[in-house]
Design a protein around this ligand. Structure first.
Ligand code: GLN
Length: 513
């Protein structure tokens, strides 16, 4: 950790900020205000936030500063501000999930993750944009318009958590939260040159996350470095009696692993099925280079085959819509958010109001998945679709189990391509779905995964993501490998990758010119 803090507080790492806060070099109010100023300067162009809570963030910052002045011992990230994905409920602050159907809804309670953030003294800057109900890979399915990739404002920042990734890559927050059902933390991290972890299923509470697919959803940390991600992971994680799938065990030693970054003698398996054809040349080059750097750092590398992974995407697109169609049934116009009365009906029935509200409140992708899910679950088709998908899911979990008998971690590119252009895949759901081909197996099996930057692709100069997967509850291995690779890549690129991103204000001028 460096002791000389970057004078531009928005460029400093969370670890450095935490250190400077603890030693009284800066106050949380100063750090928080610097980020609010940055938001005011650039978010009109990036559109990463759906809601900014300047007052609430500054009040929280003041409280932390007072507690510190009073000599209280505070958590390791106390005073470092954070952005929260709009899928997590926040008491008194809007939570839309990127949907019209929740427009104007103010939750009466905090998600457990949010409770933990507040208790740890992290001021919440605001809520980040996302594909509607976390369905998508680009934020283009947000009812409030897409976020933009700070590397190139004409490109997607990934999805569904593209608000959180673009917040980080445009220095509008040092930390952010995400949720990952099929890749929504890892793929946005990959295409923006940031870091994100999907913890072991059950490692971070799901209480207060608006559910997409309950057996796949997992909240996790997003940041610009492996250590910052670990520090946030440690704050977010741990057992929650309010979530029946929460694991009753301590958070794996992620911070220690990130600080050590030791891969000596570690066995790394390159997944044969997650690479090769269909992956952009520059993605493959950076991936192979990263694997060589890990060998130089002392790891052993072998190729591993997971034959059932080729069915992961098909399996996911039966299980996810099935669970989503059931989870979204609660948006019935009676309980939350939007209520629309059908035109020309004098005394509409509850069902007519429900239908009109859903028609107006849900976007196309959400409707598509509800239709798919109700079809897959309908009697007569249940065994053929949902039942078969569950069996293949077991095969995928068995592939992981067999692979982890041979190796300690598995690696692959995070996404097959770098950031694509806004609009490119919007009319082709299959092309959009294919972006998650490498991230989905981990959700189906519940194992943890991380994406970190592997450098820039030669052909387009855009960030490439490197994915690490570990056995359940061995999340610390992600951080050991991630930190070792990050160190080697920082040498290779002569500094953090994000230093090479275009200065946003300059690119804004270019756009206007
Ligand atoms: N892009 C994937 C989907 O559309 C993953 C979404 C997610 O992880 N929330 O389902």
């Amino acid at each position: 950790m460096t002791t000389d803090l970057n004078p531009d507080l928005t460029r400093a790492s969370a670890a450095d900020l935490a250190h400077a806060l603890a030693s009284g070099q800066v106050s949380s109010v100063e750090v928080t205000q610097a980020h609010l100023d940055r938001i005011a300067a650039v978010d009109a162009a990036v559109h990463a936030y759906l809601h900014v809570d300047a007052e609430g963030a500054l009040a929280a910052a003041r409280r932390v500063d007072e507690r510190r002045a009073g000599g209280e011992s505070l958590g390791p990230l106390a005073g470092v501000p954070i952005a929260v994905k709009d899928v997590m409920t926040t008491k008194g602050m809007p939570t839309t999930c990127g949907s019209r159907i929740l427009e104007g809804w103010i939750p009466p309670y905090d998600a457990t993750v949010v409770t933990k953030l507040r208790a740890a003294g992290l001021p919440i800057l605001g809520k980040t944009n996302m594909d509607e109900f976390a369905m998508g890979s680009s934020t283009e399915h947000s009812a409030y318009g897409p976020s933009r990739n700070p590397w190139d404002l004409e490109r997607i920042p990934g999805g569904s958590g593209g608000g959180s990734s673009s917040v980080l890559a445009s220095f509008q927050a040092p930390l952010a939260t995400g949720t990952d059902t099929g890749g929504s933390i890892r793929q946005p991290a990959a295409v923006t040159g940031t870091v994100g972890t999907k913890p072991t299923y059950g490692g971070v509470s799901r209480y207060g996350l608006v559910a997409l697919a309950s057996s796949l959803d997992q909240a996790g940390p997003c940041a610009r470095s492996v250590l910052d991600t670990a520090l946030l992971h440690a704050v977010m994680g741990g057992h929650d009696p309010r979530d029946s799938t929460s694991i009753d065990a301590p958070v794996p030693p992620v911070v220690e692993a990130a600080r050590a970054g030791d891969v000596t003698g570690l066995r790394i398996g390159v997944v044969r099925e997650l690479g090769g054809e269909g992956y952009q040349a520059g993605v493959r080059t950076r991936f192979e280079e990263s694997v060589r750097l890990l060998v130089d750092a002392g790891a052993e590398v072998v190729e591993v085959s997971c034959p059932s992974f080729v069915y992961a995407l098909a399996t996911y697109y039966l299980i996810l819509p099935s669970e989503a169609s059931s989870n979204l049934a609660k948006f019935d116009a009676m309980r939350y958010g939007l209520r629309v009365y059908p035109d020309g009906v004098e005394t509409p029935s509850a069902e007519q109001v429900m239908a009109a509200s859903r028609d107006a409140g849900f976007g196309d992708e959400v409707k598509r998945r509800i239709i798919l899910g109700t079809y897959a679950l309908s009697s007569g088709y249940y065994d053929a679709y949902y039942g078969s998908a569950q069996k293949v899911r077991t095969l995928i979990a068995q592939d992981f189990a067999a692979a982890f008998e041979q190796v300690d971690v598995l690696v692959s590119p995070t996404a097959p391509t770098t950031a694509f252009k806004l609009g490119d895949k919007l009319d082709d759901p299959m092309a959009m779905y294919l972006n998650d081909i490498a991230t989905i197996p981990a959700n189906l099996a519940g194992v943890p995964g991380m994406s970190l930057p592997a450098g820039l692709a030669d052909e387009d100069g855009l960030p490439v993501g490197f994915q690490i997967l570990a056995p359940a509850m061995r999340d610390e291995r992600l951080y050991a490998v991630g930190a070792a690779l990050e160190r080697a890549l920082t040498d290779r690129w002569g500094g953090p990758l994000l230093d090479r991103a275009p200065e946003l204000d300059a690119s804004l001028e270019r756009k206007d010119a």
